[in-house]
Each structure stands twice: as structure tokens, then as C-alpha cells.
Design a protein around this ligand. Structure first.
Ligand code: SAM
Length: 234
């Protein structure tokens, strides 16, 4: 299976309005430091809740996503957010230095690691000088140790997680053969990657880390997840 294509296919065909609910938001301090006319980009906007809530505060907000159904549903709400189908890895059609703030919430984790270099370059191109980057993304977590080990035997990449269409399946798979069989049976919906704080900081070299904190979640398959909420400045 070509993981990159499989993940893309997953998100391009995911039913609208059903991306997992995550509620981290840029801090009031970060929002207060933006000009009233700030232009904000939400990458992998999904259900658009984050983009809509910032647009309600008067900013010029843009939401992009791979998923055309999601973007159509977002558009249909008739908010002021400019939603469009775009792939951050392939490069977007926004001019350089378009944004005061670029946001990723549970999006980086869904982007295949082979695309990270292009992603870093595109974010650098889109952000204004001294612009902000805000992330809320799941960190490498001990609770996933067994799943990382199994996945690494199949993929030779650390900290990847096979996500099953049936979340209950995650705890039933205990060896690499079962994992490969599940993949052949079409039970794997996508493969995500968890990152360390150091890996995320390395992706954006030269940025200054302004704030960094953790929030706790439980995944749909019942695993503890720690989310890194981070603000960087270009
Ligand atoms: C887990 S959802 C998160 C949605 C949203 N950010 C939120 O916080 O609710 C991940 C989203 O990233 C989108 N996505 C994945 N790869 C992408 C890419 N290369 N470019 C743009 N969007 C992408 C998916 O279509 C999906 O809607």
C-alpha cells in the first residue's frame, strides 16, 4: 500500500462533519497580539470549527483542506471564512507572505512524513516575516509503545500508528502479522505519525518558540494522548 496515497484517499473521501472533535484554541494573548485586520490560515480545517470561531472575532480567515465534501459543507454555513480545497504539501495558491498566523490542529499528525520538508517550506513562504505559527498536535506517548513497535516492524519508521476503521480493533492486534493482515483486509483507515517536541521544533528551524504546553485527551480507541500546544514566531 502507498501510505501517502492511502492517507490522502482517506481524507478526500471522509464524510463531512465527522472529523474528531478537538477544542484547543490559540491563546487570548496570541490573538491580542494580532492586528484587527490579521489574515489567518487554518490548514486541514476539517469541520471548520476553529476557522469559524476566529472569523467571528473579525479576522480574515482562510480554511484549506484536502477533503472536498468537508469544504463544501464548511462553505454552506455561509460564514466569512474563505474555504478552499488545497493540499499544503502540493503547495497552495496563496501569494507569499499572505498570513499573520498559520494554524495546524491535529493536521500535521495526518500528513505523511515524506511531505514534511515541502510543508515546512510552504509554511515559511506563506507566513509574513515575524508571523506566528500555532500548532496543537499529538506527541509521542508511552501509551502507544506497543503500537509504535508493531508499526515500525511493518514500516521501518518510528512512532507511526495504524488507525483502524473500527477503533476497537486497535487493542486486538498484538503482532506484526496481524497488523499486515488487517491492512490487507482493508481494516486500516490511515497511518499517522506522532512526533516529539524536538522533531516539531526541527521542522521549523529558525522560528522562536514563544509558548508550549500540553493538554490531555483520550483517543477514540481508548489510548491516552498528550497534545502539544505551541506558538512559534517566524
Ligand atoms: C483530524 S482532522 C483535523 C481537523 C481540524 N483541524 C480540527 O481541528 O478539527 C485532519 C484534517 O487534515 C486534512 N488534511 C490531511 N492532509 C492534508 C493536506 N496535505 N493538506 C490539507 N489538508 C490536509 C484532512 O482532510 C482532515 O480534514
Amino acid at each position: 500500500m502507498d501510505i501517502n496515497e492511502a492517507n490522502k484517499h482517506h481524507w478526500q473521501t471522509y464524510p463531512a462533519g465527522t472529523t474528531p472533535g478537538i477544542d484547543e484554541m490559540p491563546s487570548p494573548e496570541l490573538l491580542d497580539s494580532l492586528p484587527k485586520t490579521a489574515r489567518i490560515l487554518d490548514v486541514g480545517t476539517g469541520t471548520g470549527h476553529l476557522a469559524d470561531s476566529l472569523a467571528e472575532r473579525g479576522y480574515a480567515v482562510f480554511g484549506i483542506d484536502l477533503n472536498p465534501q468537508e469544504i463544501a459543507a464548511d462553505d454552506a454555513r455561509g460564514t466569512t471564512v474563505a474555504y478552499s480545497v488545497q493540499d499544503i504539501i502540493a503547495g497552495t495558491d496563496f501569494p507569499e507572505h499572505s498570513f499573520d498566523l498559520v494554524m495546524f490542529r491535529y493536521t500535521l499528525t495526518n500528513i505523511h512524513w515524506s511531505g514534511w520538508e515541502q510543508l515546512g517550506r510552504e509554511v515559511g513562504r506563506l507566513l509574513k516575516d515575524s508571523g506566528y505559527l500555532w500548532l496543537a498536535e499529538p506527541l509521542v506517548n508511552d501509551a502507544y509503545a506497543t503500537r509504535y513497535t508493531l508499526a515500525e516492524q511493518v514500516l521501518d519508521e518510528p512512532h507511526t500508528v495504524f488507525v483502524f476503521s473500527d477503533p476497537g480493533k486497535a487493542k486486538e492486534i498484538v503482532n506484526a502479522d496481524q497488523l499486515q493482515q488487517a491492512e490487507k483486509d482493508g481494516a486500516v483507515s490511515r497511518i499517522i505519525r506522532h512526533y516529539t517536541e524536538a522533531e516539531i521544533a526541527e521542522l521549523f528551524p529558525g522560528y522562536q518558540v514563544l509558548t508550549q504546553e500540553h493538554t490531555e485527551h483520550v483517543s477514540p480507541s481508548g489510548y491516552s494522548l498528550s497534545t502539544l500546544v505551541m506558538t512559534l514566531q517566524k
